[in-house]
Structures are given as structure tokens and as C-alpha cells.
Design a binder for this molecule. Structure first.
Ligand SMILES: Cc1cc2nc3c(=O)[nH]c(=O)nc-3n(C[C@H](O)[C@H](O)[C@H](O)COP(=O)(O)OP(=O)(O)OC[C@H]3O[C@@H](n4cnc5c(N)ncnc54)[C@H](O)[C@@H]3O)c2cc1C
Length: 375
């Protein structure tokens, strides 16, 4: 038999590298299997909320200054606008600044932290998981055994698919997931706003956004109702053209699935756990997932550490740690259905009336606060 690792983590995004960092710091023998060589591109708006910044600071001091020093911060955002197709619904001053980051560099930083703490990273793709034998088979033909297996392999998770065949866990991309599309536009192409803009009412059960970077503007859209790629692309193109882009049909548009309410209350089975997007843990209103990847990554690591002598109990322990997060996912999903899920005319009328009253509280909830720091 090959060497037995304490934990094999499949996927080295924010969820996997956070779990790897926490476990390695506790002295565990950790292997991170990541299919892409870092730094690697990740389709994302790169928006960090206050709770994500709190989390970063709780885990490594000097987090914000490191982001700035390494050129990871693209912009610090002090205000935001919420628009319908043709009018401004609300303009708010952010109660706490949002930070826009370059995801390629951001994920690389976290991976470096995990490696510095002692985690081994191997560039290889997991192609098979034997849950019974607790082993992972890779594209390079290797087999790795782990006391624990952590699926941190994103929204199309192979580990989640393997669990779905054995348990009641839903496979990835089930009904609550959304199709998301993004394009990166040269900022000089159009006179873009310098604050993030959210567009409501273009799609049901979703929204569109435009985030300012240093050189490029990220314009994107997601919907759990419109999962037809062509249809969603057409809506995004219309938005780009309304923004005044000369030839939006030449924009390179990329698509990815977003969990958006696809979470599992019991994300795993015995000693095989799911974290981040693989567990469906992206927030179901705006699709924020970076914080939830970090938070669930660290909670899964804590569950693993506490269950070193009883691995089969780790999923139950992890699910208890996730109670608060799952509760907030449920509330946001309900809120989304009552707002973004409504037909366009109803949504616009009610949001125009409600937003001035609820936007500050909503922002406060979205910004959140990270309270439980990993032990
Ligand atoms: C268009 C779009 C915009 C978004 N914008 C924002 C935003 O502005 N702010 C925000 O907070 N969130 C945003 N999100 C959500 C956020 O990107 C995700 O929630 C977050 O990346 C989840 O982190 P993760 O570590 O779980 O997964 P990922 O970041 O997807 O990392 C998974 C890793 O696993 C690797 N992998 C996959 N399969 C295998 C395999 N078989 N073997 C080995 N490795 C594998 C991948 O290469 C990848 O590195 C956005 C998402 C989309 C689609």
C-alpha cells in the first residue's frame, strides 16, 4: 500500500488551501492534489467582503498589507450602485470597504501559505475516489491513501459526484445551481463607473454585475432560472452594448457553474468531507463564495483534527460546525426567491420601494463578520 496521509485534499482553491494550511499548522501530514499548476486563472469577480477580510486577518497577520504588497488588491471600494435595466435604484456608501482582488494571485498566496506551513502540493487530477478504501486515484496513475479525504474541488466536484452515488447527497449542478458568465473588458473601452454596479431584473433568480479592476472591468451575470448558455449570453451582450461597448459580440465570454443554493446540510460521509463550492457553499443571493470556502475549509480542518481517533465521526462533527452557515444560506435562498425570483415588473417595483429602507441592513448582513477563528 502507498503511504497513508492524514488527509488528502482534492482541489487547491481557497477551500482546499485553507484546510491544508490549518491542518499542516497542527502538524498533520497533508497532501493537496490540484489539477492545475498555480498561479492559475479562476473565473470570478474577486470581491471580498468584511467577513472575508476578518477571516484572512484571523489566520495570518498582515493579511491586508500582504494583499497590497503583492499587487493582489485591485481596488478598495467605498460605494456601490444597484440598478434596474434602465434606472438607478439605489446608491450606497459602503459601511466597510470591499476589496477587489486578482483571483489568480489571491489563490496562489493561499496555496503558498499552506505549503509554507508544511502541506505537500502535487499537480495531478483526481480521477477516481474509493470511499470504502479511503483512497484517491489520479490522472497520472497514482493512488493515494488518506485517513480523511476532503473534496475541495469546486462546483463540479468529482468527490461530490462519488458521494452522490453512495449517499443521499445531490450531485453537483443540481436544481439550485446557477449558470454564471463573465467577461473582462479593457477599462479604456468605455467610461465605466468606479464603483461596483449590480443590475437587477435582467434575469430571474439571478443578477448581473460590473466590478472595476485596475485595467479591466469585470462584467458578469448569473441565474439559476436561465441555464441556457445562449440565452444568458444574449442578455449579457445586451447589457454590454447598453454600457456603450463598441463591439460586444467580440468579447470573450466565459461560463462556469455557481452553487447558489446547492448546499448540503450533511456535506460528506464518515471520513470523506466536502468543503467550499464542492459542498455547495456559495451564498444564494449574490453568489459570494470566497468567504464560505475559507470558513468551511477551516471548519472541516477542525472537524478532522478533533476526529483523528474516530475518523468516521468527522462528517457529523463538521456538520454541527456548519449549522450557522447553513442557516444563513437557507435564509438568503428564501430572500432571493421573494425578490430576485419574482417576475421582472413585480421585482422592480418592490425593490425600488424597499431598497432605500433595506439596503443598509442588507449590506451589513452581506459584509458580515467572521467571529469563530479556527483553533
Ligand atoms: C463568474 C463568477 C464570479 C464570482 N464572483 C465572486 C466574487 O466576486 N466574490 C466571491 O466571494 N465569490 C465569487 N464567486 C464564487 C467563488 O469563485 C467560489 O465560491 C470560490 O472560488 C470557491 O472556492 P473553492 O476553493 O471551493 O473552489 P475553487 O476556487 O473552484 O477551487 C477548486 C480547485 O479544485 C481544482 N480541481 C477541480 N477538480 C479537480 C480534480 N479532479 N483534481 C484536482 N483538482 C481539482 C481546481 O483546479 C481548483 O483550483 C464567483 C463565481 C463565479 C462562477
Amino acid at each position: 500500500m502507498s503511504k497513508l496521509f492524514d488527509a488528502i485534499i482534492v482541489g487547491g482553491g481557497p477551500a482546499g488551501s485553507t484546510a491544508g494550511l490549518v491542518l499542516a499548522r497542527k502538524g498533520l501530514d497533508v497532501l493537496i492534489l490540484e489539477k492545475k499548476k498555480f498561479p492559475r486563472f479562476k473565473l470570478c469577480g474577486g470581491m471580498l467582503t468584511r467577513k472575508t477580510i476578518d477571516f484572512g486577518q484571523s489566520i495570518f497577520p498582515g493579511f491586508i498589507s500582504t494583499l497590497e504588497l503583492k499587487g493582489i488588491t485591485e481596488k478598495t471600494i467605498e460605494s456601490y450602485s444597484i440598478k434596474s435595466e434602465d434606472r438607478l435604484l439605489y446608491h450606497g456608501i459602503a459601511q466597510h470597504p470591499f476589496i477587489l482582488v486578482n483571483r489568480e494571485k489571491y489563490d496562489h498566496l493561499w496555496m503558498e501559505q499552506a505549503q509554507e506551513a508544511g502541506a505537500t502540493m502535487r499537480v495531478d487530477r483526481a480521477v477516481g475516489v474509493d470511499i470504502q478504501e479511503s483512497r484517491v486515484i489520479t490522472a497520472a496513475g497514482k493512488t493515494f491513501h488518506g485517513k480523511f479525504i476532503l473534496g475541495a474541488d469546486g462546483s463540479g466536484s468529482r468527490i461530490r459526484r462519488a458521494l452522490a452515488q453512495k449517499t443521499s447527497i445531490m450531485p453537483p449542478w443540481s436544481k439550485h445551481s446557477a449558470l454564471a458568465m463573465e467577461t473582462f473588458v479593457e477599462r479604456k473601452a468605455v467610461d465605466f463607473q468606479d464603483c461596483p454596479e449590480l443590475f437587477l431584473g435582467l434575469v430571474r433568480d439571478g443578477y448581473a454585475w460590473s466590478f472595476p479592476g485596475i485595467k479591466k472591468q469585470v462584467v458578469g451575470i448569473c441565474s439559476s432560472r436561465t441555464k441556457n448558455g445562449r440565452e444568458l449570453k444574449k442578455i449579457l451582450m445586451n447589457l454590454l452594448s447598453r454600457m456603450g461597448l463598441p463591439k460586444p459580440e467580440h468579447q470573450k465570454i466565459q461560463a462556469h457553474f455557481l452553487p447558489y443554493g446547492d448546499y448540503e446540510k450533511l456535506p460528506g460521509y464518515k471520513n470523506v468531507l466536502l468543503t467550499g463550492d464542492a459542498a455547495g457553499l456559495a451564498e444564494p443571493l449574490l453568489g459570494e463564495g470566497i468567504y464560505y470556502a475559507h470558513a468551511s475549509g477551516s471548519l472541516s480542518a477542525r472537524a478532522i483534527y478533533e476526529c483523528m481517533n474516530k475518523p468516521e465521526k468527522s462528517c457529523d462533527v463538521y456538520s454541527q460546525f456548519l449549522t450557522k452557515i447553513i442557516g444563513s444560506m437557507r435564509n438568503r435562498l428564501l430572500f432571493r426567491r421573494l425578490t430576485l425570483g419574482m417576475p421582472k415588473s413585480v421585482a422592480e417595483r418592490s425593490l425600488r420601494f424597499l431598497l432605500p429602507f433595506i439596503a443598509p441592513q442588507l449590506e451589513n448582513r452581506i459584509q458580515g463578520q467572521h467571529t469563530g477563528s479556527p483553533r
